[in-house]
Ligand binder design. Sequence first.
Ligand code: ZN
Length: 139
Amino acid sequence: MVETKKLQIKTKGNCDVINITEEVSEAISQSAIRNGAVTVFNVGSTAGITTTEYEPGLVNYDLEALFERIAPQSIRYEHEETWHDDNGHSHARATLLGPSLNVPVIDGQMTLGTWQQIILIDFDTRGRTRTVICQVIGE
Ligand code: ZN
């Protein structure tokens, strides 16, 4: 069985880290599937999905500092020559992080650790409304 739900998530952009665990959990509860897996996929090329411990240090400082070290905003990106925009670093960061996450579901629950939340990181240079697909596959 396959059940799909679309989430609409408002972001502020610029490395905004948003906890979407509750929304994904709800999508699983609303489905008839008890055992299988959920794929959580961001539609678009300037945001990504992963897990972290959702606490202020990581969320407000450490993750942004990490991506700033790996793909700094201030350096030159050829992408910006292609489209004359300002978000080369946003695309580079999103490519590195990846757009999706797969989590096993057992007895209707995701197998997340106590301190492990599902996060959407929006790397774009402005606020967006993100579409996140939750597809639950199983029985
Ligand atoms: Zn761009």
